[in-house]
Every structure is written in structure tokens, then in C-alpha cells.
Design a protein around this ligand. Structure first.
Ligand SMILES: Nc1ncnc2c1ncn2[C@@H]1O[C@H](COP(=O)(O)OP(=O)(O)O)[C@@H](O)[C@H]1O
Ligand SMILES: [Mg+2]
Length: 157
């Protein structure tokens, strides 16, 4: 079953507020699929989310690296890992598997890391429920609409 847990519109002026609402709504999940066209704002939102979480590393686009690893300290002072994955240049699940994406997803399932995935539709077979399916749509030049769906435990991806 899929349940919509959040729908918000935001501009770059109020994106910090959107990030805060998002982060409160998505607890306690760790696997995040960010869908949306090129330029919709997936990378921008993930970077703002990393700022909000006080990520210590330089947050850059994973366009070349495919897998970027960041670290932040949670409220209890423990080190948390974020894997920022960009599947744009992958063809399919086999490509994703060969690039080592499954290891990141396994850590998210185990609750030892967060996975933020751009272009998740390229290798949807790798996703394991429960995960969050986030869609970002361009409403106009500065306004975006985000919907967050919880893909609950069940059969299939
Ligand atoms: N409300 C908004 N949220 C996110 N990005 C926005 C917004 N308004 C304008 N933008 C712009 O849209 C572009 C989104 O690019 P990017 O985040 O790289 O998209 P994607 O990763 O989805 O391809 C950026 O140039 C950003 O400044
Ligand atoms: Mg991007």
C-alpha cells in the first residue's frame, strides 16, 4: 500500500522551512527515492537537507562520483552516514548492482545509513519496502511542488 504523507509547495525563499517539515514527516525511514525531471530540484533539496542536518563534508553533486558519502551527528551525538546516489547515468538494475548500489541500500534497510537516490526509476528493482517515493514538480520558474509517498511493506518494489 502507498500512502501520501506530505504535499508541499516551496520556493528557494522558503525551502529551509520545507526541508524542516519534510524531515519531521519522514521519520523514522532511511531509504529515499527522489523522482522528478531534470532541473526539478532534487539535488537542490538534498543539499538543503544536508545543510539542515549539519553535514560536515562538502556536499557536491554525485554526477561524476555516482555515490557520495556524507556524515552528520544525530541528536544523540552518534555519527550518521548519508549516501547520496545519482542513478542518471545507469541503464538498469544490473548497472546499479555492479556500481555497488546494493550495499548502500542494505545499510539503509539495516538502519545504519540514509540513502538519498536521484533518478530511482533507473533501477527501481533495487528498492526495498518500506521506502519513501518523493516527487518534485516544477509549478513555475521558482515554485516547486513536492509529494512524499510511503511505500509500505508488501509485495513488489
Ligand atoms: N523552489 C525551488 N526548489 C528547488 N530548485 C529551484 C526552486 N526554484 C528554482 N530552482 C532552481 O532549479 C534548479 C534545480 O536544479 P537541480 O536541483 O540540480 O535539479 P535536479 O537535481 O532535479 O536535476 C536550480 O537551478 C535551482 O536554483
Ligand atoms: Mg540532480
Amino acid at each position: 500500500m502507498d500512502t501520501q504523507i506530505l504535499q508541499i509547495s516551496y520556493s528557494l525563499n522558503d525551502i529551509e522551512q520545507a526541508v524542516k517539515r519534510f524531515w519531521e514527516a519522514v521519520q523514522p525511514y532511511s531509504l529515499f527515492a527522489f523522482s522528478g525531471e531534470m532541473g526539478a530540484g532534487k539535488t537542490t533539496f538534498i543539499h538543503k537537507l544536508c545543510d539542515y542536518l549539519h553535514v560536515q563534508d562538502a556536499v557536491s553533486s554525485p554526477t561524476f562520483a555516482l555515490i557520495n558519502e556524507y556524515h552528520f551527528m544525530d541528536a544523540h551525538g552518534s555519527d550518521k552516514i548519508i549516501y547520496h546516489l545519482d542513478w542518471y547515468r545507469l541503464r538498469d538494475s544490473e548497472d546499479a548492482f555492479n556500481a555497488g548500489m546494493e550495499d548502500c541500500i542494505e545499510q539503509a534497510i539495516a538502519g545504519t545509513a540514509f540513502c538519498f537516490i536521484e533518478w530511482p526509476e533507473k533501477a527501481k528493482e533495487l528498492l526495498v519496502r518500506p521506502y519513501l517515493w518523493i516527487n518534485i514538480k516544477t509549478k513555475d520558474i521558482s515554485e516547486r511542488e513536492m509529494t512524499v509517498n510511503l511505500m509500505e511493506l508488501g509485495i513488489g518494489n
